[in-house]
Ligand binder design. Structure first.
Ligand SMILES: Cc1cc2nc3c(=O)[nH]c(=O)nc-3n(C[C@H](O)[C@H](O)[C@H](O)COP(=O)(O)OP(=O)(O)OC[C@H]3O[C@@H](n4cnc5c(N)ncnc54)[C@H](O)[C@@H]3O)c2cc1C
Length: 506
C-alpha cells in the first residue's frame, strides 16, 4: 500500500486522542489529522475494561472534556457511559471518520533531513504493514500495556482448581452466581468489584496486603444536580467543573500540608460507616499519608454497605500460597474460593509500546526530561499526552492538547518546520514525572517514565491551576524551545500579551 501522509498523526482514540483531535479540529482547522487506534472501538480504557461495576473514580465534571458538557446527574460514571460519551464527542466534532481502527503503531522514526515522522503500522484485518508519514506525532496511547496487566506469580497457583481472572481480561460470560470469590488487591478496581459482585456471589472477600484510604461520595451530588436543572447546559457544566476542581485541589493541598488532620477526618468517616459492626478499622487504616497514593472513592458507600450486609468481607494479610480450594494466608487462615480475581494492577507502558527512533537510532523516554508535562527533551515535533495522577486525567489532557494546537499554529505563523526541546543536563533529576505518588505501579515503572526537571518548564507540578497559565497563556517562544535548531525568544508584544490574555481568560 502507498504511504499515507498527514499533517498530524495521533496514536490512540481514547479520551486523550479523541479530545486532542477535537481541539485540533477547532483550533487548527486546516490541518489533516488521522487517529491510529489498534482496537475496534473508541474509549481506550473504557472499552478494554469490562469487569462488573467498572466506573470512573473521578467526578465526570472534571473527567469530561472542557468543550463537551457531561449532562448526566451521576457524579461517577460507568464504563459504557464514558465510552458512549467519547464516541458521541468524536461524532459531534467530526473526528470519528478520521479514526483508522484496527491499526497498531509498531514503530515511529523521525527523519531530521526530511523533518518527517514515518510510522510502521500493523493492519489487524489484513495483518499487513502500512506506512504513514506526518509532520507531527501526538502520543495519546495511555500509560499502560494493553496486552498484559501486572500479575505476580503466587506459589501453588497450579494447585488451585477454580478460575483465576485478571480484571483487564474479564471473560464475557463469567457466571459467578453462588460462587465464593476472593479479590486480591486494594486499589480502585478491587473496591469496585467487591460490592458489584456481592449480590450474586455466595460471598466476596477482598484480600489486601495493606489498606487504602477510602472515602464515600454521593452518587448524585445535589448541588450539581440543581445547577443542571436550573441553568443552561454549558454554564452548569462550567460551574460544576470549577467547583469540583477547587474541591479536588483543596483535598489534595490539605493532605500535603496537614496530613494528620485529613487522615483523622477520612478515618472518622470510615468509622461512621462501620459503626455497630465487628468490622475492624485496621482494614481501612493505611500506613502512609493521604495522597501519598491515589485516594479511592465509593459512591454512596457501596463497599461499606456490602461489608455490613455480610455478603462481603475484608482480609488484610499476606498470601502463603494458593491451595486446591482457596488461599492459605500467612496468618494461618484459609480463604475458600471458587474464583480468584487478581486485581493486582497495571503494567506501565508509554507510547503504546511503539519503538521510537530518531534517524534510525532508538530513543528511550526514560532518558528524556519532560517539558511542560507535554513535550519530551530530544524528541522533535512530537508530544505525549499524560494526564494528572492527583486529579482527573482529562483536565491535563485538554490543556496539553490546547498547548499542542498553539504550538502547531505558532510553527505555521513563523514558517518553522521543527520544534525541539534541547538537552539541558543541569535540569535533570532522577525523579520521574510521577515522583509524587508512591503507588506500586509507579514505583515498578520508574525505569520507563520520563524524568522530572528541577524547575519550570521542566518540572511537572500535577497542578491544574498552575498549568493553565503555563500551557494556555504563556508565549510559545520562551528562550528554551528550539525552532529549526534555534532558541526563539518571545517578542515584547508577545510577553505583554501573555498576562493580558491570562487575565481575560482567552
Ligand atoms: C480501570 C481504570 C479506571 C480508571 N479510572 C480513572 C478515573 O476515574 N479518573 C482518572 O483520571 N483516570 C482514570 N484512569 C486512568 C485512565 O486510563 C485515564 O483517565 C484515561 O482513560 C486515559 O485516556 P487515554 O486516552 O490517555 O488512554 P487510554 O484510555 O489508555 O487509551 C489509549 C488508546 O491508545 C490505543 N493504543 C495504545 N497503543 C497503541 C498503539 N501502539 N497503536 C495504536 N493504538 C494504540 C489503545 O488501544 C487505547 O484505545 C483509570 C484507568 C483504569 C485502567
Amino acid at each position: 500500500m502507498a504511504t499515507q501522509h498527514q499533517d498530524i498523526l495521533i496514536v490512540g482514540a481514547g479520551l486523550s486522542g479523541v479530545g486532542a483531535a477535537c481541539h485540533l479540529k477547532r483550533q487548527c482547522p486546516g490541518k489533516s489529522v488521522t487517529l491510529l487506534e489498534r482496537r475496534q472501538n473508541v474509549g481506550g480504557t473504557w472499552d478494554l475494561f469490562r469487569y462488573p461495576g467498572i466506573r470512573s473514580d473521578s467526578d465526570m465534571y472534571t473527567f469530561g472534556f472542557n468543550f463537551k458538557p457531561w449532562t448526566e446527574p451521576r457524579v461517577l460514571a460507568d464504563g459504557d457511559s464514558i465510552r458512549n460519551y467519547v464516541r458521541e464527542t468524536a461524532k459531534e466534532f467530526g473526528v470519528f471518520d478520521r479514526i483508522r481502527f484496527g491499526r497498531q503503531v509498531i514503530s515511529a522514526d523521525w527523519s531530521s533531513r526530511d523533518a518527517l515522522w514515518t510510522l510502521q503500522v500493523r493492519d489487524d484485518a489484513s495483518d499487513e504493514t502500512e506506512t504513514y508519514t506526518a509532520r507531527y506525532l501526538l502520543g495519546c496511547s495511555g500509560y499502560y500495556n494493553y496486552d498484559q496487566g501486572f500479575r505476580p506469580e503466587f506459589p501453588g497457583e497450579a494447585d488451585f482448581k477454580g478460575q483465576i481472572i485478571h480484571p483487564q481480561f474479564w471473560p464475557e460470560n463469567l457466571d459467578y452466581s453462588g460462587k465464593r470469590v476472593v479479590v486480591i488487591g486494594s486499589g480502585a478496581t478491587a473496591i469496585t468489584l467487591v460490592p458489584s459482585m456481592a449480590d450474586k456471589a455466595a460471598h466476596v472477600t477482598m484480600l489486601q496486603r495493606s489498606p487504602t484510604y477510602i472515602m464515600s461520595v454521593p452518587a448524585i451530588d445535589p448541588v450539581s444536580k440543581t445547577l443542571q436543572a436550573v441553568l443552561p447546559e454549558k454554564l452548569a457544566y462550567k460551574l460544576n467543573r470549577g467547583r469540583n476542581v477547587a474541591i479536588q485541589r483543596a483535598i489534595y493541598e490539605a493532605s500535603r500540608r496537614k496530613p494528620e488532620v485529613v487522615r483523622r477526618l477520612i478515618l472518622s468517616l470510615v468509622a461512621r460507616q462501620l459503626k455497630g459492626t465487628s468490622i475492624e478499622m485496621r482494614h481501612f487504616t493505611p500506613s502512609y499519608n493521604p495522597w501519598d497514593q491515589r485516594l479511592c472513592v465509593v459512591p454512596n458507600g457501596d463497599l461499606f454497605k456490602a461489608l455490613r450486609s455480610g455478603k462481603a468481607s475484608m482480609a488484610t494479610d499476606h498470601i502463603e500460597r494458593f491451595t486446591e480450594d482457596g488461599i492459605l494466608l500467612k496468618s494461618g487462615e484459609t480463604l475458600k474460593a471458587d474464583i480468584i480475581i487478581t486485581a493486582t494492577g497495571l503494567s506501565v507502558q508509554l507510547f503504546g509500546g511503539i519503538k521510537v527512533s530518531i534517524d534510525g537510532k532508538p530513543v528511550s523516554v526514560k532518558d528524556s526530561v519532560s517539558y511542560k508535562g507535554v513535550l519530551l527533551e530530544g524528541i522533535p515535533n512530537a508530544a505525549l499526552v499524560f494526564g494528572y495522577t492527583n486529579a482527573s486525567w482529562t483536565l491535563k489532557a485538554d490543556l496539553a492538547a490546547e498547548y499542542f494546537c498553539r504550538l502547531v499554529n505558532y510553527m505555521d505563523k513563523h514558517g518553522h518546520s521543527t520544534f525541539q526541546v534541547p538537552r539541558i543536563p543541569d535540569v535533570h533529576t532522577e525523579d520521574t514525572v510521577l515522583g509524587s505518588l508512591s503507588s506500586g505501579y509507579i514505583r515498578r515503572a520508574a525505569d520507563q517514565l520520563p524524568r522530572q526537571g528541577t524547575r519550570a518548564p521542566f518540572r511537572v507540578e500535577q497542578n491544574y491551576l498552575a498549568d493553565i497559565p503555563m500551557l494556555r497563556f504563556r508565549p510559545i517562544a520562551d528562550d528554551v524551545l528550539q525552532f529549526d535548531g534555534k532558541v526563539a525568544k518571545a517578542s515584547p508584544v508577545e510577553r505583554l500579551a501573555a498576562p493580558l490574555r491570562a487575565a481575560l481568560g482567552r
